[in-house]
Write a protein that binds this ligand. Structure first.
Ligand code: HEC
Ligand code: HEC
Length: 242
């Protein structure tokens, strides 16, 4: 008798924990949660891979190979871009740069980017966020807004010492959109880009863009800046968001 009571108590505990297990696996089921695997399948089915590379290119890309690329590499998308930005942009993409990606000379009116079907956006986002650069240091750039002196240093580097705005659009303090169209717009850099990636990119642009069109500011070739200046710029860009 006693054994049966204990047995039925055990049964109900087991039953409860089985229910918990079932509920847990239902929550993790692909129908409810975004899945990078489904995202990868949708990425190829939608033809995204026709324009975007998702594996790191071999070193030594030629200019002809660069021009043959239709869109930016996405092998480090999860290190570069933010999930919330992707979720908003993929179903309703707006031009980021003002010139065609597959031209080296300026040619305006790039074709509109294909919109991803809304139902695929969570899986595509999970997939793109899973594509990271394992060698990129993280936790390098502080997320807080810099002190006024840091903001000033950033502004001086970006707009006085260098004319970054000659190629990059941004919103001025007066709320006016200004700047060139050769490079990607930086007006919402603080929402679109991961500051650790911005820093890694400014220190070693060729790692991410093997045939760059942007001057390399880090090092002695062009401007003789060090890591401190690149950090100041990364922190400054993090504050840009309309
Ligand atoms: C016809 C070529 C083409 C196809 C197809 C295409 N893309 Fe793109 N994609 C581009 C170009 C070009 C850009 C750069 C746009 C700009 O700078 O304005 C871009 C930009 C992006 C970006 C931003 C990358 C960054 O680093 O800023 C993401 C993310 C992206 N595409 C994802 C996708 C996904 C997902 C699909 C499939 C649903 C897709 N693309 C299909 C050409 C393409
Ligand atoms: C001569 C034009 C030019 C100037 C000047 C320039 N850039 Fe760029 N920048 C580009 C282009 C073009 C790209 C896209 C990558 C490439 O093709 O090299 C880019 C990419 C970037 C990116 C990555 C954005 C993205 O979405 O991929 C950042 C961040 C950036 N530049 C910051 C800067 C900063 C900071 C300065 C000034 C210190 C600067 N740029 C000056 C042309 C320029």
């Amino acid at each position: 008798m006693r054994r049966r009571v204990i047995g039925s108590i055990l049964d109900s505990i087991m039953g409860l924990s089985m229910m918990a297990v079932t509920a847990g696996s239902m929550m993790a089921s692909p129908a409810l949660a975004a899945s990078p695997e489904t995202g990868a399948a949708r990425f190829s089915a939608l033809g995204c891979g026709g324009c975007h590379a998702v594996t790191k290119p071999d070193p030594g890309m030629t200019i002809a190979q660069r021009v043959a690329r239709k869109g930016p590499d996405l092998w480090f998308a999860g290190s570069k871009l933010r999930a919330d930005w992707l979720k908003g942009w993929l179903p309703a993409p707006k031009a980021i740069s003002g010139i065609r990606y597959d031209r080296l000379a300026p040619e305006t009116n790039p074709p509109a980017h294909p919109a991803a079907p809304a139902k695929d956006v969570p899986d595509l986002t999970a997939y793109l966020m899973s594509l990271t650069d394992p060698e990129m240091p993280t936790g390098v750039v502080p997320r807080e807004r810099p002190e006024p002196v840091g903001m000033l240093q950033g502004r001086i580097l970006f707009s006085r010492e260098q004319q970054c705005f000659a190629c990059h659009r941004l919103e001025t303090r007066a709320g006016v959109e200004a700047g060139g169209i050769t490079g990607p717009s930086l007006e919402d850099a603080g929402r679109r880009l991961n500051p650790d990636w911005v820093y890694a990119y400014l220190v070693d642009p060729r790692r991410y863009v093997p045939v760059p069109r942007m001057p390399v500011y880090f090092g002695t070739v062009y401007s003789d800046y060090g890591k401190a200046e690149m950090l100041t710029l990364a922190r400054y860009l993090e504050t840009l968001a309309p």
